[in-house]
Design a protein around this ligand. Structure first.
Ligand code: NAI
Ligand code: MG
Length: 366
């Protein structure tokens, strides 16, 4: 059986706490013969600053480059608030994404039946929700030049951000979305604002062409990004795969996230281009941060981190059966009533991070 090289970067705050639970699942998968891994663990973020003076050592980047996939916990925290901008903890994560060319950010919004009551929306609107947001991650207005604040003759200021997209950037993210849709319900919605933005015009044109040329079997719908925000709250279950740019994706994925309850439940994947060998760089991490307010207390929900491992099994290693198994174990664990503090309703018994990890491993084995 192939052995996969997995680099674990726990990071800061609750990162190491949730990573410890993923390690239990990784060990179980190995023992059960479902997948074998060679795991290595290294520092990122504040933890790396403390040792190396920077948030991502070159040696760590080299390991990340050589790994088949990377699992990252979270970075940052008040301890490093004073460090220079270029070496702040988040810069380590940004460098990883940039150096590995991780242009496609996949964020599923799944509503577990046991948690439908906890949603910000009516349970019937979200029960059974299972959508995937595909956000372009390395282009658009967060990176476009010029990007500056200048002082005008009258002493007031002028700030500029620039939204740039090229055909190639839009094509590759469109391929990711359509390929995913084929493995799901076969529907893609593409969100932009072609009514007021040139990048929106090009986005729509390129997505339409990629669809016509390669994915006639997939259903494509174009939606204006503002209307999309409305639809996400009004009738989220209409979506299967939603593809959009970096800025709209940032906002829309946070909206979708809140449909399903806690940040502690949400996994993500960031994928690079497929190389000549048919493999791709990939980093998997929970959507949440290092949660300094609850770090060290055993309150953290490890499900987002464990769900990120499930995505890794599915998208990096093609181990769909093992991924299904992990996800089913999470579903059953929640159905059994196990709740960390963030997803508990009043009067429910609350279990710790480690107890939640153990409960999921027990369900895996059941
Ligand atoms: P956060 O996601 O760390 O926390 C927001 C709230 O959600 C907190 O109340 C926290 O306790 C709760 N929460 C988060 N994850 C949870 C989990 N697994 N279980 C239970 N509750 C959970 O965001 P915040 O507070 O804005 O940022 C804290 C630090 O994390 C900052 O230094 C920030 O820069 C960093 N950060 C790092 C990210 C990353 O590594 N990808 C992403 C977002 C923030
Ligand atoms: Mg965000």
């Amino acid at each position: 059986m192939t052995s996969y090289k997995l680099l674990l970067l726990p990071g800061d705050g609750i990162g190491p706490e949730v990573m410890a639970e993923v390690e239990k699942v990784v060990a179980w998968l190995g023992n059960a013969g479902l997948a074998t891994f060679e795991t290595e663990i290294d520092l990122v973020g504040g933890a790396a600053i403390d040792v190396h003076g920077k948030p991502l050592a070159d040696a760590t980047l080299a390991k990340a480059d050589a790994a088949d996939a990377i699992l990252l916990g979270a970075v940052g925290g008040p301890k490093w608030n004073g460090v220079a901008y270029d070496i702040r903890p988040e810069a380590g994560l940004l460098r990883l994404r940039k150096e590995l060319g991780l242009f496609a950010n996949l964020r599923p919004a799944i509503c577990y039946p046991a948690l439908a009551e906890a949603s910000a929306l009516k349970p019937e609107l979200v029960e059974g929700l299972d959508m995937m947001i595909v956000r372009e991650l390395t282009g658009g207005v967060y990176f476009g030049e010029p990007k500056e604040i200048t002082t005008l003759p009258d002493g007031s200021k002028r700030a500029v951000d620039t939204q740039v997209y090229t055909t190639a950037e839009i094509e590759r993210i469109a391929h990711v979305a359509f390929d995913l849709a084929r493995k799901r319900l076969g529907r893609v919605a593409s969100a932009e604002k072609n009514n007021v933005m040139k990048t929106g015009v090009l986005w729509k044109e390129v997505v339409t062409r990629v669809h016509q040329e390669h994915y006639a079997d997939v259903e494509l719908e174009h939606v204006l990004a503002d209307n999309c925000a409305m639809q996400l709250v009004r009738r989220p279950k209409q979506f299967d795969v939603l593809v959009t740019d970096n800025l709209f994706g940032d906002v829309l994925s946070d909206v979708a996230a809140m449909l399903t309850g806690s940040l502690g439940m949400l996994p993500s994947a960031s994928l690079g281009a497929i190389d000549a060998k048919g493999t791709r760089k990939a980093l998997y991490e929970p959507v949440h941060g290092s949660a300094p307010d609850i770090a060290g207390k055993g309150f953290a929900n490890p499900i987002a981190m464990i769900g990120s491992l499930a995505m890794c099994l599915r998208y990096s290693f093609g181990l769909g059966v093992a991924a299904d198994r992990v996800e089913a174990a999470i579903t059953r664990t929640l159905a059994s009533g196990a709740r960390t503090r963030d997803i508990a309703s009043e009067g429910t018994k609350v279990i710790s991070t480690a107890e939640m990890g153990d409960a999921i491993v027990r369900e895996l084995a059941a």
